[in-house]
Design a protein around this ligand. Structure first.
Ligand code: ZN
Length: 147
């Protein structure tokens, strides 16, 4: 009989999801015909993200990344690129705001289904030095579409 409380199970599930994205990153590689590229790094942790977008009008048609670093930064990039396809620039920036809110402890953002797998990273908000890891790909996105 399983009497353990649900929260640690959820945490384990989330850790597995993060590791799954880290080991089998989605949308990793070079994007042909990229219209926007931004490279950012996080010197605190040694994370690097090279984000490439193909934007048509104001819609993100495709997103890929090349990167290296810790599991949190690379999983966040993988999860983010999954969400971005066919989103408009304003929708993508709204997601970036929700992600930032979640990483700063906003519990309503952590329950927001629009963040998809990224909700697995909500627990990272308790580790201030790692918040930059989780937000690195989102900062690259914001830089890419604002220029
Ligand atoms: Zn990191």
């Amino acid at each position: 009989m399983d009497t353990s409380p649900p929260e640690p199970q959820l945490t384990t599930l989330y850790q597995e999801l993060i590791l799954d994205h880290y080991r089998r990153p989605r949308n990793k590689g070079t994007l042909e015909q990229a219209t926007h590229t931004v490279s950012l790094n996080n010197p605190l942790c040694g994370d690097e993200i090279d984000l490439q977008l193909r934007v048509d009008g104001d819609v993100i048609k495709d997103a890929r990344f090349i990167g290296r670093g810790c599991s949190i930064s690379q999983a966040a990039a993988s999860m983010m690129t999954q969400l971005l396809k066919d989103k408009s620039i304003p929708q993508a920036l709204a997601l970036a705001d929700r992600m930032s809110a979640m990483m700063h402890g906003d519990l309503s953002a952590a329950r927001d289904k629009s963040l998809g797998d990224l909700r697995a990273l909500a627990g990272v908000s308790k580790f201030p030095v790692r918040i930059k890891c989780a937000l690195l790909p989102w900062n690259a996105l914001t830089d890419a579409v604002k220029t």
